[in-house]
Structures are given as C-alpha cells and as structure tokens.
Design a protein around this ligand. Structure first.
Ligand code: UD1
Length: 354
C-alpha cells in the first residue's frame, strides 16, 4: 500500500515522526510531502534532524501569505504531486492549513484520507484551526481520535464509520523523548521558579491591545520567564513596536528536546498552543491557557489547565493558581501507543471502504 503523508507545520513533524516509525513495521510504503508552511530552520529542519523523520520527497516551499493564498498554493502543488505519485491513501495531521489543503486536494481526486487528531473541537469558528478541523474530518475516511470526547463530537456531526480512539501521538513522543530532554545550553538558568511561555494564535498576536495585555501580565511576574518566541509573535511585536519586558528571557524557537528540557524544569506553563498544553500535562506542569476555550477541555476538567482569555489580572490570578497547583496523572489521552495503533489500522486500510 502506498501512503502519502502531508505535513508542513512544526507540531506535525513531531507527530509524523512517531507514526512513520511505527509504519516501518508494516508493508506500507510511505512518502512524505512538506508543504513548506513552516520554513525557518528552527521551525522545520531541526525537527527532521532531531527526530529522524524520513526526508520529504519534495518541499512545496509555499512560505508565508494570507490563509487563502497559502492554502491555494498548497492545493495546486499537492494536486500535481498526488497525480504524479498516485497514493492509495493520504495521511494528514491536526488542524493547520497544510492539513486542509491536503485533504481537499485528495478528496477532489477521490483518494481516501486518514486524519490523525480527528474530532477535536473548540466550537469557535473564528479560529482558522477549527474550520480546518471540521472540514478535514468531513472529508476523511479513517479518523483517529485522541479521546472519547472527540469520538462523541464526530458522532454529533454524523461521522461514525471508521472512527477510533487511539490516544494522542504527542504522548508517545513525550514518553519516547523525555529522557533525552536537555535544558538549552544557550539559556542561563536563574535560581528560583521558572515559567515557560509561548503564544502564537492570531487572536493573541494580531490584536495590539491583546498582545499588550499579555506582555503587561508577563512584566508583572517575579519568576524567570523563558519565552521561545514564534516568528509570527515576533513579527507582531515588531510591527506594533512592543518591547519585551525586562524580566522576560525571549529566545529563538527551541528544538523539541530543548523544549522538553525547559518543560521538565519549569514550575508552570503559559501558552495558547494546542500541543504545549498537552505536553505540560504529560510533564505534570500546571498550565495557564491564553484562550477563552480549548479543544482539549479534559485538561481543564482534570484541573491541569485554567483558561485565561481575559485581561492581565485574570492571567496573573491564573499564574498564581498554577504556581501552587499539582497535576495528577489520569492518562486522559491514551496509553502512549497511538502510533502503533494508527499503523495497525492503516495496514488494514486497503480493505476499508471510504
Ligand atoms: C500554524 C497553524 C497552527 C499551529 C502552528 C504551530 C494554521 C492556520 N495554523 O500557525 O494551528 O498551532 O502553526 O506553530 O495552519 N512564520 C515565519 N517562519 C516560519 C513560520 C511562520 O516567519 O517558519 C511567520 C510568517 O510571518 C507567517 C506567520 O508566521 O505568515 C504565521 O505562520 P502560519 O504557518 O500561517 O501560522 P502559525 O501561526 O505558525
């Protein structure tokens, strides 16, 4: 069976590395296409080097642009590649523009799609990711969920066939890599408590007032703040001429093992990232979510994360909570064997009717 995996953004490299490795135990020929959505070496190449992910057959190099421009460029490029490479299945991950473009290009050519991280819902259609998730799920023939709540979300939307709860591949990645985690050698560690901060969602970076609020809250914390800045956030701070608060250590995006190194040593996490909020939980670190809702609600219900989509006071109150909170280990997103389960199902997929 010939499987074509399409990836393009940072979290997808980590997820694909897990599944690709598991696929090697089965008679599946996998090829990888990189859309080029993320192109900075620290957002892309470093993950291939570190995680041993198979080199992509081609990089479409779509780069930056508006959502329509980006997604459109990917659609055009992927159609050419799908026609040339003739895959039996296309495999996509998560909720980025690369995910949707691949799903749409495959669906138009009647190539069946398998979607990893299916059924997540924030119920906020203003998020580009939510639109990408819903549409991708409705185009997919095999849907791999991380939790029972995602299975239920799909059922509510009339999708019940070939849906399974396999758990989260990022948990596999965390378990497999955390013993090799290392604090980044270029970052000086102060004594006292450390807080890891990342954010890059449009709702937090593109609105000057909101961005100011977040930076204002960070400036009022006394802990060491480690802030690996996403290029999008950096560009917005430059555009709005907003300075980094002096107590914040702003650094380039971290490689995966370095990020896990900081995560293991920090006392709390502040983020709007879908991936990092789960990784914080896996590492047992309380997490403040710079969002009004999350598609990972189990984390909030389990007392591992708190939503803080409001102003600086709410953010500070939540950080205060996080610095005193304890995170239990409930295994809410599977057992850490999602990659194997996905590979097993895909190996039988030729007989699956779309
Ligand atoms: C994308 C995903 C988001 C995911 C995130 C992980 C979509 C709609 N969003 O968000 O779900 O959580 O990736 O990081 O697909 N940029 C660079 N260099 C890069 C990458 C981005 O400079 O290597 C800048 C560009 O100005 C670009 C902007 O960041 O226009 C936004 O990048 P984009 O890939 O569109 O979205 P992300 O914010 O990274």
């Amino acid at each position: 069976m010939k499987l074509l995996t399409v990836i393009g953004a940072r979290p997808q490299f980590i997820k694909a590395a897990i599944v690709s490795k598991a696929l090697r135990d089965f008679p599946i020929q996998e090829e990888i296409i990189h859309t080029g959505q993320h192109y900075d070496p620290k957002m892309s190449q470093v993950f291939f080097d570190e995680l041993g992910l198979t080199k992509p057959s081609i990089n479409l190099n779509v780069g930056s642009g508006s959502h329509a421009f980006n997604t459109g460029q990917m659609l055009i490029g992927l159609e050419v590649e799908f026609l040339k490479r003739k895959p039996d299945w296309v495999l996509v991950y998560g909720d980025t523009n690369s995910t949707l473009a691949a799903a749409l290009a495959a669906a138009k050519l009647n190539i069946p799609i398998a979607h990893v991280e299916a059924g997540q819902r924030s119920f906020d259609r203003t998020m580009p990711e939510e639109v990408n998730r819903v549409l991708t799920d409705h185009l997919s023939s095999i849907l791999f969920c991380c939790a029972e709540s995602s299975v239920a979300n799909l059922k509510r939307e009339g999708i019940e066939k070939n849906v399974s709860n396999v758990g989260d591949v990022m948990y596999d990645a965390f378990l497999g890599n955390s013993s090799n985690a290392e604090w980044p050698s270029h970052v000086k560690k102060r004594s006292g408590k450390t807080v890891l901060v990342t954010f890059h969602r449009a709702s937090n970076t593109d609105d000057e007032a909101r961005l100011r609020e977040i930076l204002d809250a960070l400036s009022r914390l006394s802990e060491q703040i480690i802030f690996p800045v996403h290029p999008r956030t950096k560009k917005s701070m430059e555009f709005f001429k907003l300075a980094v608060p002096s107590n914040v250590t702003m650094i380039e995006p971290l490689a995966y093992l370095e990020l896990l190194g900081v995560l293991n040593e920090c006392h709390a996490v502040i983020t709007d990232s879908g991936g990092l909020q789960k990784e914080a939980y896996y590492a047992g670190k309380p997490c403040v979510l710079l969002r009004e809702q999350t598609e990972w609600m189990e984390l909030v219900s389990a007392g591992a994360a708190k939503l803080a989509g409001g102003g600086p006071e709410q953010i500070l109150e939540s950080v205060h909570w996080a610095l005193g909170a304890r995170v239990g280990s409930h295994k809410i997103y599977g057992e850490g064997d999602a990659g194997k389960k996905i590979a097993q199902t895909l190996a039988l997929a030729n007989g699956t009717s779309p």
